[in-house]
Design a protein around this ligand. Structure first.
Ligand SMILES: *[C@@H]1O[C@H](CO)[C@@H](O)[C@H](O)[C@H]1NC(C)=O
Length: 167
C-alpha cells in the first residue's frame, strides 16, 4: 500500500488511480544523466525518435520529503499527435527487487495535471505540473522507476528512468 502511494506521488503526472492493467516489461539499470544534489535524477531510455521528447523534470522541494507535498514539473516537446488509447508502462524496483509493474492510461493521467485540454494532444511544447502528498511511511531505500509511454498505434512516446534515494 505504501509503495503504491509513493509511486503515485513520484510519477505524479503519469500515474494515478486509473485501473491498471498488469503487463510484463523489461527491467533495466538506469544511467542517470540529469541529476541534482537531492538524491534523485532521471534519464532518457527511449529511442532517438520518441514522440514526446522530455526536456526538463524538476521537483519541489528538492530533495522530496516524506510527509510533504511534492510538486513535479515536466517540459516536453510533442512531435506527433498523442491519441486516446495511449498508455504508460511503469516498473518500480526497490534496490534490486521489482515491487510493481503496471500500465496506466496516458490521457487520464494527463488530465490530472494542470493542462485542462483533453486528448488528443497536438504537436507542440507542453509544460505540466502536478502536486501530490508524499506519505510519511516511504520505506528507506533506493527506488528505480522506469516509465515507458506508447501511442495508441504502439509507437513509443517516451522512456524515462528515474532514481529516488530515500536511504
Ligand atoms: C502548468 O504549470 C507549469 C509549471 O508551473 C507552467 O509553466 C504551465 O504554463 C502550466 N500550464 C498550464 C496549461 O496551466
Amino acid at each position: 500500500m505504501m509503495v503504491r502511494f509513493f509511486l503515485i506521488a513520484l510519477l505524479a503526472p503519469l500515474v494515478g488511480q486509473a485501473n491498471p492493467i498488469e503487463r510484463q516489461i523489461p527491467l533495466r539499470s538506469p544511467v542517470i544523466t540529469h541529476s541534482t544534489f537531492g538524491g534523485w535524477g532521471w534519464s532518457h531510455c527511449g529511442g532517438a525518435k520518441n514522440i514526446i521528447e522530455v526536456k526538463y523534470v524538476s521537483v519541489e522541494p528538492d530533495p522530496p520529503q516524506r510527509g510533504q507535498d511534492l510538486t513535479v514539473k515536466f517540459v516536453g516537446d510533442v512531435s506527433k499527435t498523442v491519441k486516446k488509447g495511449s498508455w504508460v508502462d511503469v516498473t518500480v524496483k526497490l534496490g534490486l527487487v521489482p515491487i510493481l509493474t503496471k500500465s496506466f492510461d496516458f490521457c487520464e493521467q494527463a488530465h490530472k495535471t494542470n493542462i485542462t485540454d483533453r486528448c488528443p494532444y497536438d504537436p507542440g511544447t507542453y509544460a505540466v505540473e502536478r502536486t501530490v502528498t508524499l506519505p510519511e511511511e516511504i520505506p528507506p531505500g533506493k527506488f528505480l522507476i522506469n516509465a515507458r509511454g506508447f501511442n495508441a498505434d504502439k509507437h513509443e512516446l517516451f522512456c524515462l528512468d528515474i532514481v529516488a534515494d530515500f536511504s
